[in-house]
Design a protein around this ligand. Structure first.
Ligand code: GCB
Length: 627
């Protein structure tokens, strides 16, 4: 009898194991809903050295007939321990000699990776202490470029595409061991016509696990995400002293009957209890008198959200941003954006930016230029930079890589773009610094493209109606005449009409600016989201010599004189670009050598002459317009 019971328990255990394994493979290609604010969660840091196997032919993924290998296949890479069973034939394996740092692109870590586009298998072993009691575990990735297939202890957890946004997969607790977990990620940064971005970009396609990795531990029922922002304003007036805030709290599963959610802002002595409804509970709060977040006073409040089982906190600034008529108002006051466009790259080390120090370098360079705003181009940057912007009082334009010629006719591509948009917004919707969600850059006008972009703008508003939505529009240089009108049909659907112009670099000489004017038929604020010309740092010549610092200096002098003649609806600019950045398209053998040289700073961090011209203009504008 005892034997029988034991047998039954053993069989039941097996059945249980089998059931969750089936469940697991069902969810193999579905991403768990994104968990936000992960810095406030208990987590095991999985950064550091990861072993790797470079696999340009994807031998670990396809068999010799190019059929996908099943994960149970003994030849599969992720189960490989090269030391075990020495008589077995193995043609791959992970050893310390082949290691890469995570976070970090692979390109800058080994010379043979500089131009690499393909598959690299990453492997990390880790131990952990499992918490007794009802908790859940999630593997969280800040970003992997571009496709990540994730396996733990030989079991596939899921797949994610999109190189600049976070994702997480739930890890069944039974799959985790206290010792010797074997985590493998197949990373593939090949470019495809039907992906986002597509085949063609003017930036380096850095591959790898480019942002942080961690194993999150959360309560069984937990707060997956919450947002609290001042209620959208359409009046053009300054917000009330005791403003209304709105948002929601998302749980990972429906709340128990009668469960309450508490929102607390200790510094304001504010506390409110709200009855939870299903898995998403709306928040409508009348806050006490507070200090508004702004550029001069980036005040953040600690906001705590609690349920019976969980507690999460974030630092949130409260402000209102609004496009009103032809102005942009920050807390009811007209704003002139002294911006600069930034790539998420550290040129001195020829690599992707990922750390707090990297964010500090980029933002302090922008602030030295006199900026109150940055355009984080052309993809969502690391969360550390939007968080730092919050605490420094720098305004942010955040964008998805819908860049140039995406396949606008494809529904699947639209879904991919929506996915990236959602991940960007869900990560950063509590950041006061973020004032603009941009759905793309320089997309060529056609009915299919306008429809595609319109869908994205609608989606951005549906996800977050408290910020402006926009896109960087393009100017057709061949049609340039002295009076240029930005009448792109997408202008009807954006809050801010933004356009890129390179008059004097791609079109004519800089003195063309003297006779050129810009306007838009839309009764909306007008913003120049890019302008610039190349200069190789340290190359001096007369101002007519392209690629010299003098040419770039002249370019900005003429541009600035033109800005001064812009119509009153002109609300700012984000010139191209803060620093020189790597691009496979830029191969002038004297001046570029794989670098786009339009930076105010060169690749060593030196300021070019144009820096001082732009800075003088920004100093003047700050005096004139404030903030
Ligand atoms: C643009 C693009 C930007 C390029 C830049 C250039 O219009 O938006 O990604 O890098 O021009 O340097 O040509």
């Amino acid at each position: 009898m005892r034997m029988l019971i034991q047998l039954n328990i053993r069989t039941m255990k097996k059945i249980f194991l089998l059931l969750w394994m089936i469940g697991c493979s069902w969810s193999a290609f579905a991403q768990s809903n994104l968990i936000s604010n992960t810095g406030a969660r208990k987590a095991l840091d999985l950064n550091g050295k990861w072993q790797y196997i470079v696999d340009p032919y994807e031998t670990g993924f396809y068999d010799y007939r190019y059929k996908e290998l099943k994960e149970t296949n003994g030849d599969a890479y992720w189960n490989t321990d090269i030391q075990a069973n020495r008589t077995e034939k193995k043609e791959h394996g992970y050893v310390d000699k082949y290691s890469l740092n995570v976070p970090g692109d692979w390109n800058h870590q080994q010379p043979e990776f500089t131009f690499y586009e393909g598959t690299v298998w990453y492997k990390k072993s880790f131990d952990m202490v499992k918490t007794a009691g009802p908790v859940k575990y999630y593997l969280y990735f800040g970003a992997v470029n571009y496709r990540a297939d994730v396996y733990l202890n030989g079991k596939k957890l899921g797949m994610h595409k999109g190189g600049f946004t976070p994702f997480n997969f739930e890890v069944p607790s039974a799959l985790l061991k206290e010792k010797g977990n074997f985590l493998v990620v197949k990373v593939d940064n090949k470019r495809y016509a039907e992906e986002i971005p597509t085949l063609n970009t003017d930036w380096w396609n850095y591959g790898g696990i480019t942002r942080e990795v961690k194993l999150l531990e959360v309560p069984d029922t937990f707060i997956q995400n919450f947002v609290l922002q001042l209620k959208k304003n359409t009046t053009g007036k300054a917000p009330e002293k005791s403003p209304e805030a709105e948002g929601w709290v998302q749980l990972n599963q429906p709340a128990a009957a009668g469960e309450m959610i508490t929102v607390e802002i200790p510094e304001l002595k504010y506390k409110k209890e709200i009855a939870a409804t299903g898995d998403k509970t709306a928040l409508q709060l009348k806050l006490p008198k507070l200090q508004f977040w702004s550029v001069e006073n980036p005040k953040l409040y600690q906001v705590i959200v609690r349920t019976k089982n969980d507690r999460i906190q974030d630092k949130i600034g409260f402000r209102i941003i609004e496009a009103h008529g032809t102005q942009v108002l920050l807390n009811g006051k007209p704003l002139f954006m002294r911006g600069v466009s930034i790539h998420g790259e550290i040129p001195q080390e020829v690599r992707r930016a990922y750390s707090h120090e990297d964010a500090a370098q980029l933002l302090s360079q922008a602030r030295e230029l006199g900026c109150n705003m940055v355009r984080l181009a052309h993809y969502p940057h690391d969360e550390k930079i939007t968080r730092l912007a919050d605490s420094l009082g720098v305004l942010v334009w955040s964008e998805i890589p819908v860049y140039w010629t995406i396949d606008f006719k494809s529904k699947e591509v639209l879904e991919k773009a929506k996915g990236q948009l959602e991940e960007m917004i869900m990560r950063d919707h509590n950041r006061a610094s973020v004032i603009i969600w941009s759905v793309g850059n320089e997309t060529p006008v056609s009915p299919a493209r306008t429809d595609f972009m319109h869908h994205l703008l609608d989606k951005a508003r549906e996800l977050d109606n408290t910020r402006m939505v926009s896109a960087a529009l393009e100017v057709n240089y061949s049609a340039l005449n002295d009076k240029n009108v930005i009448d792109d049909p997408l202008g009807e659907f954006v809050d801010l009409v933004a356009f890129n112009e390179y008059l004097g670099w791609y079109g004519g000489l800089p003195d063309k600016c003297r006779t050129t004017s810009w306007d838009t038929p839309y009764n909306k604020p007008l913003f120049i989201s890019e302008t610039g010309g190349d200069a190789k740092g340290g190359f001096h010549a007369d101002s007519l010599t392209r690629f010299s610092e003098e040419y770039q200096e002249w370019y900005y002098k003429e541009q600035i004189a033109m800005f001064k003649r812009m119509p009153p609806k002109f609300v700012g600019i984000s010139p191209w670009v803060l620093a020189d950045f790597r691009s496979p398209r830029r191969n002038n053998p004297y001046y570029q050598e794989g670098w786009n040289r339009k930076g105010f700073y060169d690749d060593k961090g030196n300021k070019k002459k144009a820096f001082y011209v732009m800075k003088a203009y920004y100093d003047e504008m700050k005096k004139k317009k404030g903030l």
